[in-house]
Design a binder for this molecule. Structure first.
Ligand SMILES: NC(=O)c1ccc[n+]([C@@H]2O[C@H](COP(=O)([O-])OP(=O)(O)OC[C@H]3O[C@@H](n4cnc5c(N)ncnc54)[C@H](O)[C@@H]3O)[C@@H](O)[C@H]2O)c1
Length: 333
């Protein structure tokens, strides 16, 4: 399988545009395809915004010349002339299987095809396709251009060569690859987010808290520390001098308390309205683009601070800096 110079992105939505921006900034050429020709304008606008943030994030890192961006509505043509394909169409298994079917029948047999799926398992996506061994999941987090995490998940037929190519491709764009040991619906990150999301919907539905209060409970407390350390490490520290074992002893019994629901509440129109109206009020008249800019500037600043301590997502930025400064070092292989 050859090195990646031209990346194919299928679907020019939030995730596809994010992948395109990251790849372009890292010197790769990108061909984005979407059934909706109207998405070209959105893609260009999103890539422009993302590029400014990426420039801030990678300030001081010797970056290659930006790649070229092309847009087409012709899926098959894109598949024929790209070296790595990232699928980003909506989360619908029939749609994904149909799109992957077209791509896999047109792309060269050594082109790795990754799906951005939030929850489908790669085995369910690759079954029955041409050369299923090069199909896997590369699940990113929004915004793809700033969040370095990508969950790499192989299916029953995925080969190690394809996993290796995907890892090299993602790491070459400054990402942190989390190789998921066993495929499960929702991979790892979304299972954790989903558990919290369901609790949020229950609290909203049962009138325990507003969307704003629920968000306060995150950003002033646990959310602040999650960027540096994960839940497990933090709970160990919360155990004081007794560490993790003491923590388990103290909070273990709570597992039997009614602290959380596991099943999501019914998504009634009233609950949807409560969520929509609550978050609109929180936005205080700021547009999605304005909020996106605030989020992105915080993500850039946060990663640069984390990098100065070589912790959390800052480690991915430091590794990327080293890789770009020493392109021929072992890391690059
Ligand atoms: N939004 C997120 O936070 C997020 C995070 C991680 C992963 N994902 C996953 O990424 C994928 C894309 O999500 P999104 O939020 O970007 O969706 P989106 O709705 O914003 O964009 C999807 C795009 O795909 C296009 N499309 C639909 N059918 C197509 C086809 N047959 N050929 C080409 N293009 C087609 C649509 O026109 C649209 O522009 C989903 O699988 C989603 O689960 C989303």
């Amino acid at each position: 399988m050859k090195g990646v110079q031209t990346v194919g992105v299928v679907g020019a939505g939030v995730i596809g545009a994010g992948w395109a921006a990251r790849a372009l900034h890292c010197g790769l050429d990108v061909i984005v395809t979407d059934i909706n020709s109207g998405m070209e304008a959105w893609l260009n606008e999103t890539v422009d915004n993302a590029s400014k943030m990426l420039a801030k994030l990678t300030e001081g890192i010797p970056m290659p010349v930006r790649g070229s961006l092309e847009f087409t509505t012709d899926l098959a043509a894109m598949a024929r002339c790209t070296d790595f394909i990232q699928e980003c169409v909506p989360e619908n298994i029939e749609l994904k299987r149909s799109v992957l079917g077209t791509i896999s029948s047109r792309a060269a047999s050594d082109v790795v095809i990754a799906s951005s799926t939030s929850g489908f398992m790669p085995t369910d996506l690759q079954t029955g396709l041409d050369h299923p061994e090069r199909i896997l999941v590369g699940h990113p987090f929004n915004p793809v251009y700033l969040c370095p995490l990508v969950e790499l998940v192989g299916g029953r037929q995925t080969c190690n060569v394809a996993r290796g190519i995907a890892r090299k491709f993602y790491e070459g764009m400054g990402m942190h690859v989390l190789a998921v040991r066993r495929e499960v619906p929702g991979h790892i990150g979304d299972r954790l987010q989903e558990a919290m999301w369901r609790e949020i919907l229950h609290a909203l539905n049962d009138d325990i808290a507003t969307t704003s209060e629920l968000d306060e409970s995150i950003v002033y407390g646990p959310g602040l520390r999650w960027a540096a350390m994960g839940m497990n490490q933090l709970y160990m520290i919360s155990g004081g001098s007794g560490g993790a074992r003491h923590f388990m002893k103290q909070f273990g019994p709570a597992l039997d308390f009614p602290w959380c629901h596991m099943k999501a509440p019914e998504l009634t129109d009233e609950l949807i309205d409560r969520f929509v109206e609550g978050t609109a009020e929180q936005a205080g008249g700021r547009s999605i683009r304005e909020l996106e800019t605030i989020r992105d500037e915080c993500l850039v600043a946060l990663q640069r601070v984390l990098a100065s301590h070589d912790i959390g997502a800052g480690q991915a930025l430091n590794r990327f800096r080293e890789r770009m400064a020493n392109p021929n070092s072992k890391q690059q292989a």
